[in-house]
Every structure is written in C-alpha cells, then in structure tokens.
Design a protein around this ligand. Structure first.
Ligand SMILES: Cc1ncc(COP(=O)(O)O)c(C=O)c1O
Length: 406
C-alpha cells in the first residue's frame, strides 16, 4: 500500500542514489567544486521552486517539519490560534501545539476541505492564521479563504502535503498562501520515504524557516557560520540520499498526475451515475491530483454496507485523519479547556460517515482507501473494478429498499 510515486520507483531513482552513494558524501552542504558533493538537496530545491513558480523552496525532513517551520517562520506561538479543518492529518494539529499555538477546528463541506462559511465566526483577537488543507489531492476553495484572510489580516499556510502536483485555477498548489507545505512520505504523489518541501515567495519567511530548520544558519551555508545567527533553530535537514530519490520522483510528477487523471476519469465513467450517491465537489477539476475518487452517499447505512462489502470503511472510521479518532490530541485540547469530542463538528461527522475513498493513485487503508485501482491498473481492471463497485451499490440499495418496505 502506497502512493503512486512508489509504484513508479525505478531506474531513475536508482541512478540518482548511486550517484550520491558512490561519491560517499551524504550531507546536504558541500563546497562547490568539491569532487564528492553532488548538491542533490540544493538541486531539488531549485527544481521544485521552478516547478511551482515561486522564488524559494526548502527541502526538509518531513511534511510535519515543513508545517512546524512555516508556523515558526511566521512567528506563531503561545497564545495564538490557527483555524484548521476537522478533517486532516494529525500533523496539522500537533505542529501547532508544539509551537505553543492552539488549533481551532472548523467544519468541512462536500469538497472534504475547509468550509469557508465556517471560518469567520471562529476568528478571535488571538487568531493569527488559517491552515487550509488540500485533502485527498484536491484544492480548497482558495479564492474564498484568501478573501476572508485578507479581510481579517490573517496569514495563510497551505497544507499541500496530500496534493503535490495539483494546481488551483492556473497556480501551482501551495502558492496562493504565504507558504506551502508538502510531504514526501510513502503515501504521497511522489515520495522519497520521508521528506518535505516548503515553498514561499517571501524572502524573510524563507530565511527564517531556513534558519529554524538548521540551527539558525543562513541559507546554503558553507561550513559553520559564527557570530550573526538570529534564530534558535533545530535540525530538520534532508539528506543527499533522500533528496536524490525526491529529485528523480519530481521529474516524474507531471506524468504521474497526468496518468492518474486519465485513470480516474475512466474509473468514474465505469461507475457512472448511481442513485443516492454523489461525487465529492472538486474546486478546480482541471487541476486536481486525482489520487482518490471520493463518493458521498445520501444514506449512512447504505454507505456503511457498501464499504463493508468492498472490504473497506467509510471515512469516519478511517484511523488517522478524523479529529475524533485522535484521542491524544482531543485529550490535550480538553486539558487546555477546549473540549472537542465526536459530535463537536456535526457537519464533518455527517459527511465523513456517508463518504468512501476509492483509491486511484493512493492505496492506503489508513485513509479509508483499501478498495479501488492503482496507477498501474489496466483499462480492463479499471472497468471491472467500476463494475464491481456498481454491483455492490445496487445490492446494498436494494437491501435498504426492501427493509424500508417491510
Ligand atoms: C495533510 C497532511 N499534512 C501533513 C502531513 C505530514 O507529513 P509527514 O508524514 O511527511 O510528516 C501529512 C502526511 O500524511 C498529511 O497528509
């Protein structure tokens, strides 16, 4: 089970890694012209900045690190609040908690991303930022979110960890907000096992984030600089080995996303229209990542029995991304006087209890996508899987109707 990049890992990644290994130089910094130094991390940053059309990129050790660094670069800390959807990966909450800020959860809508209509009434004098999450490979309603942020003077950090390769009305994902955060773990569009990317057009944010990620140093240091460090940083550096893999994967990203879009279209056509079921809202269908196909049933018990028959779960029961399944986060928030148990976000609970993720490129039971296709599925396999899904829906709907008429 993994993301599409892992399915396509091959000779290109091997060559990049061997290039580093044979040099024997694995640290991300080196002297220009030094025989062993291959500058893979630096090249990854340059190529990803160009890919996204931004001025700066920092390659880091994980997507979680990129979130922490973005918050730190913006000076978000104790006493501050950040608005974040109730459906996201746990790192969205824990990154805030670790810098001392408080996550303020908000509802999602049928796009399964932050509902812009549920933001404003949660803004207080302590609110510093909004963290929209481009969940399951697709964009938030960034026009609406940016408009609210601008009106209230709030920063926006785009958690694009699940949406590498997506765009929003012509702009690469992660570029509308002040900073965009990406993960390169094994379930993402492209992967190097573990790693992350942080992008921005703001030189101050770039330099601060860079310093936090490397013990206070300025970007691309040569050796150890002493005497002018302003920031108490830590170590969230990436290595040359993982950068080498990420570089080879990045060069495949557009092809991966193009392939997923074509396969998702075929899968969706094979399923077609089903009474009592809708496809989730996609804010910019031309720019979607197409890693998952998410369906939402009108009826909770139909959704549950369809999921069970397919050997998967409705999203509310998937482990990692639903606020109410994160007992340690909920316990922490309760201890801070912000009780937040299942039922606190009824719209989110309702939508997720009726929704199923079908895999297209990300095959991951942890996100509730144990059934579906993958990036290497043939046309016949896609058609058959669509047919199987239709048949199960039909069976469960018929059963439901016969119960209703008894
Ligand atoms: C939405 C989202 N944010 C952040 C992360 C954290 O990324 P990482 O696992 O690379 O730390 C993930 C990873 O699953 C994610 O899905």
């Amino acid at each position: 089970m993994s993301g599409p990049g892992v399915y396509w890992m091959g000779e290109e990644e091997r060559q990049e890694v061997l290039d580093v290994l044979s040099s024997g130089y694995l640290f991300r910094y080196g002297k220009e012209g030094h025989r062993g130094f291959k500058a893979k991390a630096y090249t990854l940053e340059q190529e990803y900045a160009r890919y996204s059309g931004v001025d700066y990129c920092i390659a880091v050790s994980s997507g979680t690190a990129s979130l922490v660094l973005a918050l730190q670069a913006m000076g978000i800390g104790p006493g501050d609040e950040v608005i974040v959807p109730a459906y996201t990966f746990i790192a969205g909450y824990t990154s805030m908690i670790h810098v001392g800020a408080m996550p303020v959860l908000a509802e999602i809508d049928e796009s399964l991303t932050l509902d812009p209509d549920d933001i404003e009434h949660r803004i207080t004098a302590n609110t510093k930022a909004i963290l929209p999450v481009h969940m399951l490979g697709n964009q938030c309603d960034m026009d609406a979110i940016m408009e609210i942020a601008k009106r209230h003077g709030l920063q926006v950090i785009e958690d694009s960890c699940q949406a590498n390769g997506a765009s929003y009305h012509g702009d690469k994902i992660g570029t509308r907000g002040a900073m965009g955060c990406f993960s390169l773990n094994c379930f993402k569009t492209i992967s190097c096992g573990d790693g992350g990317l942080l992008i921005t057009n703001d030189v101050d944010l770039y330099e601060r984030a860079f310093a936090f990620h490397d013990q206070g140093h300025r970007p691309n240091r040569a050796g150890v600089e002493v005497g002018n460090r302003q920031v108490l940083g830590l170590n969230f550096r990436i290595t040359e080995l993982t950068s080498a893999v990420a570089l080879a994967q990045l060069r495949k990203l557009d092809k991966i996303v193009g392939t997923l879009r074509a396969k998702k279209k075929r899968f969706r056509d094979a399923i077609g229209d089903i009474r009592g079921m809708a496809y989730r809202t996609i804010h910019d269908p031309d720019g979607e990542c197409a890693t998952l196909l998410t369906v939402i049933f009108d009826n909770y018990s139909v959704a549950k029995s369809v999921a069970e028959k397919l050997g998967t779960t409705t999203i509310d029961r998937s482990g990692w991304h639903v606020y109410s399944n994160m007992e340690h986060v909920m316990n922490f928030m309760a201890a801070q006087g912000c009780p937040c148990r299942k039922g606190a976000y009824p719209r989110t609970d309702d939508i997720l209890s009726r929704a199923i993720n079908l895999s297209v490129g990300v095959v991951d039971a942890g996100i509730g996508a144990a059934f579906g296709i993958n990036i290497n599925s043939t046309d016949d396999e896609i058609d058959q899987t669509g047919e199987e899904f239709r048949a199960v829906c039909q069976e469960c709907t018929d059963t439901q109707r016969s119960f209703a008429t008894v």
